[in-house]
Design a protein around this ligand. Sequence first.
Ligand code: ATP
Length: 510
Amino acid sequence: MDFKNLISHCKEYGFIFQSSEIYDGLSAAYDYGPNGVELKNNIKQYWWKSMVQMHDNITGIDASIFMHPKTWKASGHVDAFNDPLIDNKDSKKRYRADQLIEGYTEKIENKIKKDVEKARKRFGDSFDEKQFRETNGRIIDRQKKIDDILSTMNKALTDENMEGLRNLIVDLDIACPESGSRNWTEVRQFNLMFSTQLGNIAGEEGKLYLRPETAQGIFVNFLNVQKSMRQKVPFGIAQIGKAFRNEIVARQFIFRMREFEQMEMQFFVKPGTQHEWYNYWKETRLKWHKALGTPESKLRFHDHENLAHYADAAVDIEFEFPFGFRELEGIHSRTDFDLMAHQQLSGKKLQYFDPSINENYVPYVVETSIGCDRMFLAQIANNLVEEVVPDADGKDSTRVVMKLHPSIAPVKVAVLPLVKNKEEFTNAAKDIFGQLKKSFNCQYDEKDGIGRRYRRQDAIGTPYCVTIDGTTLEDGTVTLRERDSLNQNRVNIADLKSKVFAGTDMGNLI
Ligand code: ATP
């Protein structure tokens, strides 16, 4: 389904609304609707279970959003959490310099893709894409151009060479997407942290930041958790919570927002063992994504070219969003950078006594960090499909169905009396609904014909529909319809709970 239709589907079916819509919205802020909040909670639960419940040596915390301002000095965010921005003097629009350049290379990449698709049609089954890309002269030239541009850009970013970035934009003759003008300002560094002011302290002293990542709440609690839980290295601390970034260009729906939610886990390890654990978490996290049914072809690792100041290795898990492969999750080997920095600035020791070697050390850290909202978008993008299926009369009809893994679906089962004007049907249906809702998030629906009600449930991804009809009253059975196979089987009312449980249990995933 194309991206525009995906966004309107999310609104129509109560997944995501524009924030403050009656005031024409606030850009890059979104509200999760009734079905959206269920899906989001299920994603969070899946993450939490697989991190905390399934690992004896990982525990969770829920730290506050406000932290002592020195936290952000120590972490490097005050000095280095910047994006390079550039303004167009004619349109007055502001851009991230690196995104303008990447936009330019994406256009070249699209030309390559077009050539590949043309060739695929021409050669049919015998087409070998890899070979074609490696031997076609025009594609080789274009790919070289992309690689050269990106490597020049990455070098300028690493060296914080703002003039170099501007020169690249000018040399490539990049125009403002809004006005077409090439009248650019200088490139400047822009700090992404939102700040606010404490009520009882004036000036700089009372300046507070909204946390730009949840990780620092974990680092400053490293010893509290280790001691209170009597943890031994290696151990991890997990957290889910809001983070805030003043993104210059926030776009692509919930992909890039100014307020978003992160699911982060910091794993504390003995120095020297970090690469082993880095590889362990790379594989473990990829498995987590695949268990949901996300195909391998839509996921890929992307090693960081320019490592952040704290990392000795870093990789993104990228997902193929409707606008291309983009970062969904980051796995970073952060060394002892954060704990050391907090130790220095706070003057408090953040060390671990390792009884196996009788020594104190500051542990190294491997982090896994995923945006809950990006994960939500990836799930919708991967699972929302239009397909042709036989309708009740056996004729072909098109349905829009969200093929979410049943254990994260917002509604697990819908209870539907075949007709609404027969009290025996509706009473029996309400009885079943009353029983099932104790165990699952359920919906009762009696409006419209049964076919339309099935389609409404398909559109929000409900894995099971229970239909109550004349036979139910005679023999205590109902029809259980499965979303994906469309199979309809008669099931005893007494067996419903265990059947739905077996099909939707999150234990199937982890
Ligand atoms: P990007 O390069 O896309 O800005 P990042 O490398 O700055 O992302 P991290 O600091 O590694 O991101 O944050 C970890 C995760 O948090 C990302 O993988 C992403 O899923 C999520 N995330 C980061 N920024 C945003 C945002 N503005 N909106 C939604 N999710 C975000």
